[in-house]
Design a protein around this ligand. Structure first.
Ligand code: B12
Ligand code: SF4
Length: 433
């Protein structure tokens, strides 16, 4: 019997972009187990669906969002019905949020792991009792085991992507260069998962990783998926300068965004030299009170405009902006200020999220306390809801204090129209139409 299989679930249809990427979470776990001389197999159900052909002592399933839960549970039960001795372990951001509900309701699952999995997983499969949730120094971790994947499975059709240098961007490798975030955004579910303490890889190790996969595997396009890549300005600029110094001809995408503060310009200038071609600004709301007092972002209105200006100096950079609508304090006025800001901002695309109270956030506590969940939401069943996700624009979960759901829907649709206008402008700008 083989030791352990780690499964990545298919990207759910709820995701606004039905993109999938190399599954960094389970690749990190695999690399750590292998470093400790355990043999491990990987199965990404986005590319291959055969999880029953072989018997394993342990099967680990990674769950990112609630919409994936039912499928994970079905797989767990199927495996157990055939291989009765196999132990099922689950982990991932969703599991951290809903650990107690899952333990209570899902007897077929043998181990429910919250937070970072490397040390916890090793201790489970060795039947030891260490319970260490956070890795103190992530420089000590091996690089994720990308080598276990067939890179061709992750090739994408890049015809419509921003590709200012006409490079082959078909393989976009996700990398993680830090864990944790010291900020306290009131809706953020990551803090419980990865902690408040920022744990970065040193700039040198980050560039070693980029250089290794560039030179050994020919990867030229990297997406830095840290929860917050930007906590240490000096580290970011050092990384950029080191890429230039080592003359790496690579391209960078920052899907989790740039900061909006006095450092933005220097960071953009450095990253543009290092190959930045795509990034995001997480603005969240056009209303300063909602953005800074309630959500606990720290971005002044004037800084938003200067951040955009510093990015627009580089026409090769594709710029997305993220917004959240439907927070408890949202009003028609705040929605309108978001709409006005979005209309004024020179951005290529907009990502809209619906305020979603993930457990263990201040937003969740507030929604429970003030009874803001909509009457048809079953709080006890959120852990297996097919709909509970901020990317699901079809579903509002909470009712703002002074705003009707009808008004929210009206504004959501206006934002979606604006998104189309921005995209059309972008296409015009680069001559696609
Ligand atoms: C990369 C990423 C993606 C990639 C996924 C690639 C992949 N499968 O790994 C893509 C772009 C596809 C993606 C899509 C989405 N994502 Co996403 N994503 C991330 C991101 C930025 C990084 C994840 C990561 O690699 N972290 C680093 C690794 C090392 O950590 P990890 O994956 O959590 O894995 C560790 C632990 O969770 C644990 N673990 C994980 N699996 C297992 C399994 C076992 C058995 C064990 C024991 C442990 C364990 O151990 C791992 C190592 O320590 C996170 C935010 C973040 N920084 O974590 C959001 C995040 C996970 N995504 C989120 C969401 C909502 C989405 C989307 C809905 C967004 C959208 N707009 O479409 C979709 C849904 C996709 C789907 N699966 O259906 C949310 C989840 C919210 C929640 N449940 O609390 C997060 C937390 C961001 C956020 N705050 O909004 N995402
Ligand atoms: S939303 Fe981003 S910046 Fe805010 S606490 Fe979460 S990870 Fe940090």
């Amino acid at each position: 019997m083989s030791k352990i299989l780690l499964i990545n679930l298919p990207t759910s249809e709820i995701a606004s972009t039905l993109n999938f990427t190399m599954p960094v979470g389970i690749l990190s776990l695999a690399a750590y187990l292998e470093m400790n001389n355990e043999s491990v197999d990987i199965l990404d159900l986005n590319v291959n669906s055969d999880y029953l052909s072989k018997e394993y002592e342990y099967v680990g399933i990674s769950i990112m969002i609630a919409a994936q839960f039912n499928q994970a549970y079905k797989i767990a039960k199927e495996i157990k019905s055939i291989y009765t001795n196999t132990k099922i372990i689950i982990g991932g951001p969703h599991v951290t949020q809903f650990k107690n509900d899952i333990i209570k309701n899902c007897p077929e699952i043998d181990f429910v792991v919250a937070g970072e999995g490397e040390k916890q997983l090793l201790s489970i499969i060795r039947n030891e009792s260490i319970d260490e949730r956070f890795i103190e120094d992530i420089n000590d971790l091996p690089f994720p085991a990308y080598r276990k994947l067939n890179f061709d499975d992750y090739k994408r059709d890049t015809t419509n992507w921003n590709n200012p240098y006409n490079a082959d961007l078909s393989i976009r490798m996700p990398i993680i260069t830090s864990r944790g975030c010291p900020n306290q955004c009131n809706f953020c579910s990551l803090i419980k998962h990865m902690g408040n303490k920022y744990r970065p890889m040193s700039s040198n190790v980050v560039v070693n990783l980029l250089e290794y996969y560039h030179k050994q595997y020919g990867v030229i396009y990297f997406a830095i998926y840290d929860a917050n890549f930007m906590v240490q300005t000096k580290r970011v600029i050092d990384i950029a300068n080191e890429i230039v110094k080592r003359n790496l001809k690579i391209y960078l995408d920052l899907p989790t965004g740039l900061p909006i503060n006095e450092h933005t310009k220097n960071i953009v200038d450095a990253l543009a030299q290092a190959g930045l071609i795509r990034t995001t600004l997480s603005i969240e709301s056009g209303n300063e009170y909602l953005r800074n007092k309630i959500m606990k972002k720290k971005s002044k209105q004037t800084d938003i405009f200067s951040a955009i200006e510093s990015i627009r100096k580089y026409p090769q950079i594709y710029l997305l902006t993220d917004f959240v609508i439907g927070m408890p304090e949202e009003t028609i006025e705040s929605l309108q200020s978001t709409y006005n800001l979005l209309s004024d901002l020179d951005t290529d695309d907009i990502t809209i999220s619906i305020a979603t109270p993930y457990p263990n956030t201040k937003l969740y506590d507030q929604c429970i306390k003030d009874n803001l969940f909509l009457p048809d939401i079953k709080i006890d069943e959120l852990y297996k809801s097919e709909e509970f996700c901020h990317a699901n624009l079809k579903r509002f979960n909470i009712r703002p204090y002074n705003l009707s759901i009808q008004e929210l829907i009206k504004y959501r649709d206006k934002f979606l129209e604006l998104k189309q206008i921005k995209l059309a402008n972008y296409n015009k700008r680069i001559g696609n139409i």
